[in-house]
Design a protein around this ligand. Sequence first.
Ligand code: FAD
Length: 406
Amino acid sequence: TERMVISGGGLAGATAARTLRAEGFNGPITLLCAENRIPYLRPPLSKEFLLGKAGEDSVPVVLAGWYEENGVELLLGNAATAVDPASHQITLLSGHHLEYAKLLIATGARPRAIPLPGAELGGVMTFRTFDDSLRLQSLLQDGGRKVVMIGSGWIGMELAAAARTYGNDVTLLGLEDIPLSAAIGPELGRYFQHLHLEQGVSFRLPASAARIEGRDGTAEAVVTDSGERLPADIVIIAVGVVPDTALAEVAGLAIRNGILVDSGLRTSAPDVFAVGDVANALHPFTGEHHRSEHWSNALNGGKTAARSMLGQDATFDVVPYFYTDQFEASMEYSGFPSLASGLSPVIRGALTDESFIAFWVKDGCVVAGMSVNQRRVHKAIKALITGRVRVSMDRLTDPAVPLEEL
Ligand code: FAD
């Protein structure tokens, strides 16, 4: 067989299918989607789609017709349940078997489950899928509900902003002293916290949920570890995701914080590749493995995976990038969080300005940069990082000096 099988119909899997065709591969391609929906983008689900500013047609990775026109067999509501790398066979949920020449595992991640009494009550949810977004929109859109958010990461903060924008009462609990500080440090975490405070979001930090209380099967309140009882109509558990390695485990692949892959996205088994949220890939720039849970990693990784499957000498070496929108702030980040971790950011402008850029500088070189409400600066930021340009602090913090001239 020359069949390419892609297990996991998210952004990474769908992008790989598109790239296989774009690179001229004419053989059979099967794309397995556990969800009963054509591959779609998740970022709008907690932002413009949830807020009713973008419709259902804005989320597909590519229009439904593309798969048929390009002869990509899309199996919806069907998942790969087992892989035997020795015989190049996979088993499907439907009971069928498929032989592959190359297999790409792009199974993504799923919400982390925490042992929380009451998590099964009505009105309690996690958030990952299109259906989650539809459901939450229907719960939030009339406003006036009490929402308790458990989790102070990106998804918790974005959903808190959306819930507040709809005029709901929002209280956010997190284990950190400052939201987002694990991701971007306390200074910038505080910046986002201020945006939320100004809009009337309440915080309990650090605090963890001890249990959810309910009546007649429906949530009524979240009780914190300090005994505070927070009334709640809607409870959202947003405490991170875990890579969905179930299939890789059955296949016996090397796993460490996701599926271990080299910089060509090859797993420990021949002809099996992995990409996206599920993959922990060796990055040539740092010489370390990075598992990224972001849109651009799925998109760019999907392209590299396809080329690697075709036997090309492809290396996944793009600088990690992600973005978020919360209230009026549009933030973009480029760089290596592992290198920036623990460093204090250097600010171009001021955190109280409408727009600014934060840089993390290590040994005289920028290792990460984050912009708020500034467009088209990330090409230059990525060039500073990959070029290991030694920067002068005076020029870096002077908004009059173009980034290209640092
Ligand atoms: P996924 O999108 O998780 O897709 C994997 C798919 O595979 C799933 O549909 C899953 O059901 C399916 N699957 C699992 N197991 C199997 C199997 N055995 N067989 C077949 N199918 C299987 N990133 C940003 O950079 N910026 C943002 O603003 C941003 N916002 C986000 C908002 C939300 C609400 C969420 C949930 C994520 C957001 N992200 C954002 C992260 C980004 O969406 C993810 O990094 C991206 O979706 C990862 O793509 P993926 O294809 O690797 O995995």
